[in-house]
Unconditional design. Structure first.
Lengths: 251, 251
DNA sequence: ACAAAAGTGTTATCAGTACACCCATGC
DNA sequence: GCATGGGTGTACTGATAACACTTTTGT
């Protein structure tokens, strides 16, 4: 297969199947768990017809896996690759794109109103994303304070959040939302943001520090106007070697 | 919308989107966790071209939710409705239906080789299913001893099993695989089947009996040639009232 | 010296684990 | 009376939960 052919194949979109991405970004300074949304705006003869936000997503190409579609969509929006990615659910209700606004919007687009979307979420920290001059008017919104959202994307975000809640209790994916070097309190704040609960600091500290894959660094925070705290890193290697599948039947 | 219209709409298939169902059935007598598969057989001029098993599945209709498709597929195969159902993953690799056998099979069928399938699993007990004169040649196979399987359905079964393993540790879905009245040892045997581990009987007993939603009945087994054991039932009501989301960060 | 957040210890309770024998029943 | 699986108790260990004050730093 020559390059030209490969390129031309790549451009065949499947018109009724898309991938939508819930991009979670943690802002360590404001301690806010955010979602990256893009602007949807349409006006006609001075009337604003559509003015809200949606998830980023795109058609699946004929010769592309679903995972590849998700990776491509994230790259186009943020420039990032190799972020944690999870396919969590497909959404395919016949009425999912049939509100008045959605139909208006779809008129100008290539995709069907009867589209099934495979939803992914990504985990990253907001600092890694530059939103300067992005063509989509992408913007971070706190999960707790979302704007007006189009299609069925509010539901998709909600289900992504539910899945994240469960998953972050069972696997160390929380570190995907943090910078490489973090403090114990950062991790606690983030758990509290995701789960919406309060955690006892002393017990949490002890528990986390006892994990062998949480490694203290010979470094402290700099440039903070308070006692600088100890920095740690997460070792995926050590975690995987331990293979800590605790078969606790918690039903 | 009149009935005729509704009926005719129902028959519009989406040709590149399907739902596949992994039907898990527990056989309490043989203590075997089984999967329900249907025969795929094709011969031409005396040559057997295709002879293996696949999951049951079907196209999504245009005016149908994904959940409804799954429910319909299960009903057509087993006559059952209202069984536990979980959408666990979408499979959409471009090469998922492109083996030689699969292409031969698809020739006679209405669906595309580039089909995306949304996979569900169902939980039930084998006793509830009658396989007398079923048109699909459906048959139970132990998960540990599967036959030759077509399409990418072996992978789908494997991932369903992984999801079930995780989910049965976190939620009381295990009782969906058992009859209404069961013994403590039944539950233990089933956990052992699903997880592939051995569990200490005394500890397991204590743990389970202490759950408020495990209710002892004034009944014992009958017709067994040994000491008949105490029967219990699971109370979903009590479970839900307790709302036992133990936020244990187990990472 | 003050503000702000970091960091620290003890006790009580609960849950998990390891382990071996007697019991009730149907045949 | 014997084979079969049902059912039982204890001691140890480790984890969790509740709880309030001192320390370190930058300004």
């Amino acid at each position: 297969m020559n390059l030209f052919k490969k390129e031309s194949m790549k451009l065949e979109k499947i018109l009724n199947i898309s991938v939508d991405c819930v991009v979670f970004g943690y802002d360590i300074n404001s301690k806010s768990l955010n979602v990256l949304l893009i602007k949807r705006y349409l006006e006609s003869k001075g009337d604003v017809l559509v003015d809200d936000y949606v998830l980023t997503g795109y058609h699946v190409y004929t010769h592309e896996t679903l995972d590849d579609t998700a990776t491509r969509v994230l790259k186009e929006l943020t420039g990032l690759t190799n972020q944690y990615k999870k396919q969590f659910k497909a959404f395919g209700n016949p009425d999912r794109l049939t509100s008045e606004k959605d139909l208006l919007w779809i008129e100008n687009e290539e995709f069907h109103s009867r589209t099934i979307t495979v939803a992914y979420y990504f985990l990253l920290n907001t600092e890694d994303v530059s939103l300067e001059d992005n063509k989509n008017n992408a913007k971070w919104f706190p999960l707790k304070d979302l704007p007006d959202i189009g299609f069925d994307h509010k539901k998709i975000i909600k289900e992504a959040h539910e899945d994240l809640k469960i998953k972050c209790l069972a696997e160390p994916i929380i570190f995907e939302l943090l910078p490489d070097k973090f403090t114990i309190n950062d991790v606690q704040d983030l758990y509290e943001s995701i789960l919406g609960i309060e955690i006892d600091n002393r017990n949490f500290r002890r528990k986390l520090i006892n994990k062998k894959y949480i490694i203290p660094l010979n470094e402290k925070q700099v440039g903070v106007s308070k006692k600088p705290s100890q920095l740690y890193m997460f070792s995926k290697d050590i975690y995987e070697k331990m293979f800590e599948k605790n078969y606790l039947i918690n039903i």
